[in-house]
Design a protein around this ligand. Structure first.
Ligand code: BJW
Length: 354
């Protein structure tokens, strides 16, 4: 339950006065925008990274190690996003885009909800006027894993399930039968699951380079069973033997229909991967402009780069900054004179954008 504090009427009025006069407006968007649609954010209690090991499901090394585990994570995300609906914040931003041709939304979200609210995504030559720039891709675009080779892309494949082994029923069956890492195992007390996760995460971080994440080829110890963990960690383990692999064979996952050799993967940006080059070029051009009037930073913890630096780049172009977030601690580059609207974006944005 999110408590929504009363918005300061004077702050709203001064923000709206500036908004009316603003032409070039940039919104830097994160997972908090979709929280009111029922989609989990990444960090903090209840976030996705509390249940899934980020290095296992959102890095190229994790993909090489167990593409089935990665696909399972994204298949669930696709389902959740399809079942969710855009909330009033998505609609308020889509309305702003209609009203202000100079508005650009730079979104880290891959859930498709801004598109479903009516915002048009696009990047690259000829698409500069498309107002939604998807920095981390889109759950519903699939691409050949061999990006430098065949280059196959399939846009907006909302088909569900993407293949039999990733159907909701198959995923549930495996989770109950095997205690697959990263799944909600319903027959376990939450505390045991948390301890299990903690131990697996520590082990995986060691395998994949930990906080100082570096791209490395899988090693012989990759996916080594938990019995190799220290005695302390083992003592905390629940009785059921956990497995570090999804148990899904590559042959069961979707194959690229063009090269017929490599797997298809979701076109999202993982840690250690670069953002799409055409998007980076457009963002750079945007921040080379003399004047940006307003920067809205909405529902992001500002921990992930390069997006974490966008607010300061907008400031350097003269932008005044407004923050919309439930957590004051996450306003990473807050300065005197910024507007701060603490609360659920789904409530705050429609109110301040009018
Ligand atoms: C609400 C709310 C409500 C809740 N209303 N608000 C410079 C310095 C240090 C490191 C780097 C650097 N440059 C690059 C790096 C490496 C790395 C990085 O940033 N690491 C840091 C973590 C240290 N970056 C990369 O690797 C990026 N690539 C890159 O830069 O390429 C060049 C390069 C490579 C390597 C080295 C150097 C250069 C790629 C980043 C890809 C991120 N991918 C993910 C997953 C894939 C997509 C997916 O599955 O969805 O993207 S990680 C995850 O984090 C996801 C998100 O888009 C992203 C951002 O998270 P977000 O949206 O901020 O969510 P949360 O959960 O963190 O925050 C939610 C916020 O909402 C909170 O503030 C809440 O309070 C708030 N909230 N409810 C309003 N109702």
């Amino acid at each position: 339950e999110i408590t929504v504090p009363e918005l300061d009427a004077a702050a709203v009025a001064s923000f709206q006065q500036h908004l009316v006069q603003s032409n070039r407006i940039v919104a830097v968007i994160g997972a908090g925008l979709s929280a009111a649609s029922g989609l989990a954010t990444f960090r903090g209690t209840g976030g996705r990274w509390a249940k899934h090991d980020v290095f296992m499901v959102a890095s190229p090394a994790g993909w090489r190690r167990d593409p089935g585990l990665v696909w399972q994570f994204y298949a669930e995300r696709r389902r959740e996003s399809l079942r969710a609906s855009p909330n009033p914040a998505h609609h308020a931003l889509a309305a702003l885009a209609k009203h202000k041709p100079g508005f650009v939304a730079l979104s880290q979200n891959v859930d498709g909800l801004l598109q479903r609210a009516g915002m048009v995504p696009g990047s690259g030559p000829g698409n500069e006027d498309k107002q939604l720039k998807l920095l981390h891709g889109n759950l519903f675009d699939l691409v050949c894993e061999d990006s430098t080779g065949c280059g196959y892309v399939e846009e907006n494949k909302v088909e569900e399930p993407i293949c039999e082994v990733l159907s909701e029923e198959a995923v549930k069956k495996r989770a109950l039968g095997q205690n697959v890492m990263g799944m909600d195992v319903e027959d376990k007390p939450p505390k045991a699951s948390a301890l299990l996760f903690e131990a697996i995460a520590a082990k995986n971080k060691k395998i994949l380079g930990g906080d100082k994440f570096t791209e490395t080829a899988p090693t012989a110890t990759d996916g080594a069973p938990l019995r190799e963990l220290g005695e302390d960690a083992k003592a905390k383990m629940p009785d059921t033997a956990p497995v570090l692999h999804s148990g899904i064979e590559k042959s069961e996952l979707p194959t690229c229909p063009k090269c017929k050799v490599h797997l298809l993967r979701p076109r999202v940006v993982w840690f250690g991967e670069t953002l799409p080059v055409d998007i980076v070029a457009e963002v750079d051009a945007l921040f080379e402009e003399d004047k940006i009037d307003l920067c809205l930073v909405i529902g992001t913890s500002s921990q992930v780069w390069p997006t974490a630096g966008f607010c300061e780049r907008a400031r350097a172009c003269g932008a005044k900054v407004a923050w919309v977030n439930t957590r004051a601690e996450d306003l990473k580059s807050l300065r005197d004179g910024d507007w701060v609207f603490l609360g659920d974006a789904g409530v705050v944005l429609p109110e301040i954008l009018g």
